[in-house]
Design a protein around this ligand. Structure first.
Ligand SMILES: Cc1cc2nc3c(=O)[nH]c(=O)nc-3n(C[C@H](O)[C@H](O)[C@H](O)COP(=O)(O)O)c2cc1C
Length: 208
């Protein structure tokens, strides 16, 4: 039975656009996979901290030689990487913040990019270890960054996600971006704004 990792990184709860989209995906995924398992990872309530010298030393120490302190330093990373390893597919909600990903999301990336766990060096070359996984990203942006926009080059979210997940071996990736979400702060109707986004998600399952 398939396992889905559902990850959200927006801290805005019921106001979040990306959360509304991942929730719709998960609802449809559950209906399509009644025996499936969903792992939920909520980054704003995860005690993420920047990797420090001890973390790096521990990560590069062979597992059998790690001290109790080093094991403790990697404990959260172990949990987060095991979620990625045990899931078959991932759905991730990612707001654009200052043209990139939110800080919590970057902290998560730093915890899950682990040598010997999610990538390895083979003949001196990095090789991803999350092979065969699928990732679907729901991105919410205040502005518009689609191809024709003069701000397209400011969008570092999708290229970054594509690169870092590709590095980890996840090359089967899909992106759906809800652009122009800033309109919601100026009186635009939330249901009307979300409707085409939710319809696009339902269409994924209608054709599956
Ligand atoms: C701290 C912060 C920084 C933001 N930076 C940008 C930005 O650089 N470009 C943009 O288009 N929107 C930006 N926004 C708007 C968000 O991308 C937008 O509100 C989006 O809906 C957030 O996703 P969410 O609704 O899932 O939280 C920013 C919002 C916040 C709170």
């Amino acid at each position: 039975m398939p396992t889905l990792l559902h990850l959200d990184s927006s801290p805005t709860g019921d106001h979040s656009v990306s959360r509304a989209l991942t929730a719709e995906f998960v609802k449809n995924w559950k209906a399509a996979n009644p025996g499936g398992t969903v792992i939920t990872r909520d980054l704003p309530t995860t005690p993420l901290s920047p990797v420090d010298g001890q973390w790096i030393g521990a990560a590069y120490t062979p597992a059998e030689n790690r001290t109790a302190e080093q094991k403790q330093a990697l404990a959260l990373s172990d949990t987060l990487t095991s979620e990625l390893l045990s899931a078959d597919e991932y759905v991730l909600g990612v707001p654009m913040w200052n043209f990139g990903v939110p800080g919590t999301f970057k902290l998560w990336i730093d915890q899950i990019a682990r040598v010997g766990v999610t990538f390895a060096y083979v003949d001196g070359k990095p090789q991803g270890l999350l092979n065969g996984k699928k990732a679907r990203f729901f991105i919410a942006t205040g502005g518009e960054y689609s191809g024709a926009s003069p701000f397209a080059a400011y969008n570092f979210v999708e290229p970054y996600l594509r690169s870092v997940f590709g590095f980890l071996g996840v090359v089967d990736v899909a992106f759906q971006t809800a652009g122009g979400a800033a309109a919601l702060n100026y009186g635009a109707d939330r249901a009307a704004f979300l409707a085409p986004q939710l319809a696009a998600i339902q269409a994924i399952f209608a054709t599956a």
